[in-house]
Design a protein around this ligand. Structure first.
Ligand code: EPZ
Length: 441
């Protein structure tokens, strides 16, 4: 297991380019199970994207990587095995055979988002067998809202030996009222509705920009969707999708992570390739803490906040403050001039990073879903353990800020969702290196 060695305290300057969004790319990749073909680019080179390509390959979706320049020949690389060097971020995917319909435990347990194959498989192949994703460290994360919606649309669903077994004679559109605006739930139902008979309306739909990106990628292939970007999606089913192309949106959480890095250590740090209007809740919290932004087109420049002020955030569905950003803002709160609070409303156990940050000198108490951050701490480097993707990003930021050396174990978590983070940070002036397992022994 690789680890990061970080020597903290270095300023960050220069420009960092934001990569394509993992959480937009995943549903778009799984939407190829609806049939037709898709040319997709701006896919980030991440472990979760390779897992998705590998699952799709088992489900009969073929993929070839496309060259960066249109003059070159398409590659013959098998999906999921392309190395970093050959990764262009662009693939053509198409359905090659329809016989398989099973997402096995071994893949689903490494990536819960595999549940996103359920809706398209049911809609197009009328049968799906998907390993039931278990809980994970951040919460129990049931998928009841996905299953209830599919049942209402006419699927017969049973749970059998840890698998969701579902089949249908053909999905039929209906009104779905979500009890909570679940992100992957909305995406799964949206994909199923695209080929269902008649109209489906999804009320209290998630409004995350990644849901919107999926909707546009489907519309480009002939799907009939209205209300994109709102909490009510209305879908008129079509018989089949046509070939299409889509460029995956930028990663909001990666961009946000670099903005917080800038607030901690930036010297005119520019984060490029984003749309600031989709980061308002984060930028508002950073402004309250004293950050000043200079926005030009798709770039935002930010510098270190000399004396960060305390603030409070409450995680909520979009457009609220993202749960995927609370671990990263905690180091800034730890050094702020007074007490700050984070209320986590989305997941029930998303503070695993706090104990590790406290070992670095932060003073944070957890009471249920609230983290009380005392402030005025001086962070010291330490050996810490990454426990999930965003927790790891929070620890990397704490390590960049801390005095002395921080060693972060289990960075495979961060490789799921941040493309070459250590290379990007190094280019900005950070002292961070990856120590490979073999070298570490
Ligand atoms: C998506 O997860 C993201 N994953 C998560 O990003 C993100 O943290 C989360 O949305 C919230 O923004 C992907 O997009 C692949 P939810 P998802 O369904 O869809 C409960 C990251 O670090 N719920 O919106 O799984 C659930 O338990 C990841 O990139 C039910 O009770 O989140 C949770 O408490 C982590 N029943 C809440 O809703 C259901 O059927 C929100 O979950 C579905 C969800």
């Amino acid at each position: 297991m690789d680890r990061f060695h970080i020597v903290g305290g270095r300023s960050l300057r220069g420009t960092v380019q934001v990569s394509g969004s993992k959480n937009a790319a995943l549903p778009i990749l799984f939407s190829t199970l609806l049939g037709g073909s898709l040319e997709v680019d701006n896919l980030p080179s991440l472990r979760d994207i390779r897992t998705a390509l590998s699952l799709l390959s088992q489900l009969g979706i073929r993929a070839v990587s496309l060259p960066e320049s249109p003059d070159e020949e398409p590659g013959s690389s098998m999906p999921g095995t392309s190395g970093e060097a050959s990764w262009t971020g662009a693939f053509r995917l198409w359905e090659d055979e329809l016989a398989s319909f099973e997402a096995p435990y071994d893949l689903v347990r490494t990536m819960r988002a595999s549940i996103l194959c359920l809706g398209p498989l049911l809609a197009h192949r009328k049968r799906a067998r998907v390993s039931l994703p278990g809980g994970c460290l951040i919460g129990s994360r049931p998928v009841d809202m996905h299953l209830n919606a599919f049942a209402k649309m006419g699927a017969r669903i049973s749970i059998d030996h840890g698998y969701i077994d579902a089949n249908t004679d053909g999905l039929v559109g209906c009104d779905i009222h979500l009890a909570y605006p679940t992100v992957t739930g909305t995406e799964n139902i949206l994909m199923a509705a695209v080929l269902a008979k008649g109209q489906t309306r999804i009320f209290n739909a998630a409004q995350e920009p990644e849901v919107t990106d999926l909707a546009w990628s489907l519309i480009r292939r002939g799907a009939r969707i209205e209300g994109v970007g709102t909490s009510t999606l209305s879908v008129e089913g079509v018989k089949s999708l046509s070939p299409g192309a889509h460029s995956v949106m930028w990663d909001r959480i990666e961009a946000g992570t670099f903005l917080v890095a800038g607030a901690l250590l930036g010297e005119s740090l520019t984060v490029k390739g984003l749309d600031p209007s989709l980061l308002i809740s984060l930028m508002t919290a950073l402004s309250e803490m004293g950050a000043a932004f200079e926005t030009k087109g798709d770039s935002v420049m930010i510098s270190r906040i000399a004396n960060p002020k305390a603030t409070s955030v409450r995680t909520e569905p979009y457009p609220g403050f993202p749960t995927d950003m609370q671990a990263q803002i905690l180091p800034l709160m730890a050094i702020a001039d007074g007490p700050s609070t984070v209320v986590e409303t989305v997941f029930e156990n998303r503070f695993t990073h706090v104990m590790e940050m406290n070992r670095m000198g932060a003073n944070i108490d957890i009471h249920g879903s609230r983290a009380f951050v005392r402030g005025r701490s001086v962070l010291e480097g330490a050996s810490v353990m990454a426990s999930d993707l965003r927790a790891s990003a929070g620890l990397v930021l704490a390590g960049l800020l801390a005095n002395g050396e921080t060693v972060i174990q289990r960075v495979y978590h961060i490789d799921r969702g941040y493309e070459r983070i250590e290379k990007k940070l190094e280019a900005l002036g950070a002292r961070i290196k990856r120590v490979r397992e073999e070298a570490a022994q």
